[in-house]
Design a protein around this ligand. Structure first.
Ligand code: GLC
Length: 521
């Protein structure tokens, strides 16, 4: 496929590292990772070679959804430290030539946010319309929409005898983006962090902010009424124009839940004036049944390739930019999911890294991926912490599954698989926190004695050293950031392969996805 010459941008040549602060490094022994902990590890990150650090939310929050329920957008939650800690971290990040990206959650707030506390007081409160309130229908919820974390997306509030919308937990009420005041408030928040020197934003579930008709969904859970909703492009363009669009050094990535590729041409188009790039998730649903995650089905390799190649080629044709990734704080660990935790642990981790880092798009490394961290070894539901997992453990049993069958599903799909403490060394708490400190908020994987950074930094053949090379290669070869992409072996049942070409440079990636010797020409 022949390409239009792509516009150069620093973030197309960059590699991003995602930090889940709660589980990264605990500097004060209270069992929770914190900002000074991140500061201690900046040299490590610099050594890895990444250019950008994305922090999951560290704002003040009751922590019902680990910070995705924000009660103050301009304050640091005390569990993570202070605003002084943040400023120091930012300074040190810049001193090392890296940049910081904040995670902004603007589809919803915490129910403890002052706007919501006001909003629920009375129907004529000035903040009433900051959220989405509807009367019940015949004594029931306003419609049949389901919340992503299980149950109805509506919560009855006796104070005014009405329901409010929450697409996630009931403690995360959805903001009403049709209200101009809400949009202005969000713009002010974005500017606040830009003024501090932050160089980018990851916008949480941002394609859900524009709600359409509040109708019953006869075929599904309602997502068709609010996914890529009617005013989504207008709202993103407005946010762009009023805030980060004035600064070409800012990078933005939208987390796009159940989106369509056609909408992504627009969200992440070269000249569309919305966002720099998008996270789409279709390739991470190949072990679901349709949209249903809480089942056990084997990953469909052909589908995985089809989806990745479709996004690679079509986004390229439309001059739009992908974020490329396997892992984040909402996903199980990729080496356990599509690789091999056992015999080919190291080889499969390197193979998966190669596939992602040579694709067209900006690669994201999620903490611990660079050392091949695996899913949890939890054996009891009491070890899990995630609100989504715990809700679905209950719902699966309400549907008739035995506790052990429900548990097996949680073990495989839980987001907590990606949230156990970062494994720095072989000591009691894996070097995440001091041995005499409080027990970490979530259990450390027993395999930290074998899988840890201390060991891998010393070993030339380690997964860490390999990721380091992949990231360095991106800086040496323009073909990786700018080359066009041609899928190879599309129908092959074992091989993942593609070719990249750019101004006389050619790169061919071939990966045997399975643990059997295989011949391919
Ligand atoms: C996004 C976040 C996830 C969070 C949800 C609700 O998907 O990545 O962790 O629970 O949005 O904010």
């Amino acid at each position: 496929m022949k390409l239009e010459q792509p516009a150069r941008a620093w973030w197309k040549e960059a590699a991003v590292y995602q930090i889940y602060p709660r589980s990264f490094c605990d500097s004060n022994g209270d069992g929770v990772g914190d900002l000074p902990g991140i500061l201690q590890k900046l040299d490590y990150l610099q050594q890895l070679g990444v250019d950008v650090l994305w922090l999951n939310p560290v704002y003040r929050s009751p922590g019902v959804d680990n910070g995705y329920d924000i009660s103050d957008y301009r304050a640091i939650d005390p569990v993570f430290g202070t605003m002084e800690d943040f400023d120091r971290l930012l300074e040190e990040v810049h001193r090392r030539g890296m940049r910081l990206v904040m995670d902004l959650v603007v589809n919803h707030t915490s129910d403890r946010h002052p706007w919501f506390i006001e909003s629920r007081k009375s129907v004529d409160n000035p903040y009433r319309d900051y959220y989405i309130w509807k009367p019940g229908k015949d004594g029931h919820e306003p419609n049949n929409w389901g919340a992503c974390f299980g149950g109805s997306a509506w919560k009855y509030d006796p104070q005014t005898d009405m329901y409010y919308l929450h697409l996630f937990s009931k403690k995360q009420p959805d903001l009403n983006w049709d209200n101009e005041n809400v949009r202005r408030e969000i713009q002010k928040i974005v500017r606040f962090w830009m003024d501090k020197g932050v160089k980018g934003f990851r916008f949480d579930v941002v394609n859900l902010i524009s709600k359409g008709a509040f109708e019953d969904d006869t075929e599904g859970d309602g997502r068709k009424y609010y996914t890529d909703g009617p005013n989504i492009h207008k709202y993103l363009k407005e946010l762009h124009d009023m805030t980060f669009g004035t600064d070409t050094q800012i990078v933005t990535v939208g987390e796009m839940s159940s989106t369509s590729i056609e909408n992504c041409y627009q969200y992440a188009g070269r000249d569309t004036g919305e966002l720099s790039m998008v996270f789409s998730f279709h390739h991470l649903k190949v072990d679901f049944m349709g949209n249903e995650k809480w089942v056990l089905v084997p990953a469909d390799f052909q589908k995985l390739k089809d989806i990745i190649f479709e996004w690679q080629t079509k986004m390229t044709e439309h001059n739009a930019w992908n974020a490329v990734f396997w892992c984040n704080h909402d996903q199980p660990r990729v080496v356990s999911r599509f690789g091999d935790e056992g015999r080919y642990w190291k080889q499969s981790a390197k193979m998966l890294g190669t596939i992602i880092h040579c694709l067209r798009g900006t690669p994201y490394v999620y903490q611990g991926e660079e050392i091949g961290m695996t899913n949890t070894d939890f054996t009891d539901i009491s070890q899990f912490r995630d609100v989504e997992s715990l809700n679905h453990y209950r719902i699966l049993q309400e549907k008739g599954l035995s506790a052990s069958d429900a548990f097996r599903i949680i073990q495989i799909h839980s987001r907590d698989n990606g949230r156990t403490p970062m494994q720095w060394d072989g000591t009691k708490y894996a070097g995440f926190s001091s041995e005499d400190g409080k027990e970490p908020w979530i259990g450390v994987n027993e395999n930290h004695t074998k899988i840890n950074t201390a060991d891998q930094l010393e070993n030339e053949d380690s997964i860490f050293r390999y990721y380091q090379k992949l990231i360095a290669m991106r800086k040496e070869l323009d073909v990786i950031a700018y080359g066009d992409i041609e899928p190879l072996a599309e129908g092959d049942s074992s091989v993942f392969a593609y070719r990249r070409c750019w101004k006389g440079q050619e790169l061919i990636v071939t990966a045997n996805f399975y643990g059997k010797e295989y011949e391919w020409k």
